[in-house]
Write a protein that binds this ligand. Structure first.
Ligand code: RIB
Ligand code: CA
Length: 323
């Protein structure tokens, strides 16, 4: 079976970086490009981080495009306390030899999706600004895209950035609103689920046994991220939200999905960014997403660690081949 073509819209960030590495460790996928938006860190840092993570894994051939830097309406919010001042925790990566492509991220999303109707899966693991702008610029992508997998929202769980809201929806609730009401075929992986998908120091130590630059990067990036989760939530591990979303592009049976109507608050300052799911069927509105309601986190974590170990070996070969 030929690999599935995937676009990754991202705000790299530590768990985003893990999702990029997992995409590179998935022969089931053909990672077409990264499109970057502001979020965990400003766009400029996210661009640098995306390029450098690809270079770390010997994947400088994958284009990285700058998308929209700021939310559609709200002032920008970043998360240095969670991802560090430069967006990758304590990790410092060698500078990639390549630059972002000249094409705007929104145009790249449109071009790639319209060039292969029904074939391209878009995985959105940051604020949805780029996806919303792409929908507004070329509404036909809502039918041409194979599927949109979103990491975002807090449906019944308390939020992670306010008591109510999850970060990606909170940073740009207006973009999330456009996307949720676009008619795109959406799989929504909410914080309700991903908060329980935790990478522990023991998992990192297992990767360090393999040796090499990728495990060292993961260790340096997640040491900051694990510390944050311990301080902020009291957890002995960090939520790796984004690789879990990416995994659904090639291991959909990790999740049990429920069609449901989901909306997001865009008016009240008190509840801005709160996602509301109609689990009780009170709105009478048709489902606009398939929400992940169960996720096999043990099987996913085993998959993630196995793939990171394998990537460490293949990346070394890739880098030698690129030299
Ligand atoms: O709420 C978690 C999400 O917000 C993740 O995608 C994380 O990287 C941040 O973007
Ligand atoms: Ca992210």
């Amino acid at each position: 079976m030929s690999p599935s073509r995937v676009l990754l819209d991202t705000d790299p960030g530590i768990d985003d970086a893990l999702a990029i590495l997992l995409a590179l460790a998935a022969p089931e996928l053909d990672l077409a490009a990264l499109t970057v938006t502001g979020g965990n860190c400003p766009l400029t840092d996210g661009l640098r981080n995306g390029l450098n993570v690809l270079a770390l894994a010997g994947a400088t051939h994958i284009p990285v495009a700058a998308g929209v830097a700021l939310p559609l309406i709200r002032p920008p919010i970043t998360a240095p306390e969670t991802h560090g001042d430069r967006g990758l925790g304590y990790a410092i990566l060698p500078a990639s030899p390549v630059l972002p492509v000249a094409e705007h991220g929104v145009d790249l999303l449109i071009r790639e999706i319209m060039a292969a109707p029904g074939d391209v899966t878009l995985v959105a693991i940051g604020p949805l600004t780029n996806v919303a702008m792409a929908i507004r610029k070329e509404p036909r992508i809502t039918e041409a895209v194979r599927e949109l997998i979103i990491m975002g929202g807090a449906l019944l769980a308390e939020g992670n950035v306010t008591e109510l809201a999850e970060f990606n929806f909170y940073v740009d609730p207006h973009a999330a609103h456009i996307v949720l009401h676009s008619g795109m075929p959406i799989i929504l992986l909410p914080w309700d689920i991903t908060q329980h998908i935790r990478l522990t120091q023991a998992d990192v130590d297992r990767l360090l046994q393999v040796g090499g630059a990728i495990p060292q990067f993961i260790a340096d990036a997640t040491r900051f991220y694990i510390d944050f989760h311990l301080r902020h939530f009291g957890w002995a591990g960090c939520s790796i939200n984004d690789p879990a979303a990416l995994a659904l592009a090639f291991q959909p049976d990790l999740a049990r999905l429920q069609p449901i109507y989901v909306d997001v608050e865009i008016t009240s300052p008190l509840t801005l960014g709160k996602s509301v799911a109609d689990f009780q069927g009170k709105t009478g509105k048709p489902a606009n997403v398939r929400a992940v309601v169960e996720f096999d986190q043990e099987r996913f974590m085993a998959l993630f660690l196995e793939r990171m170990e394998a990537l460490t070996h293949t990346a070394a070969q890739r880098i030698l081949a690129e030299e």
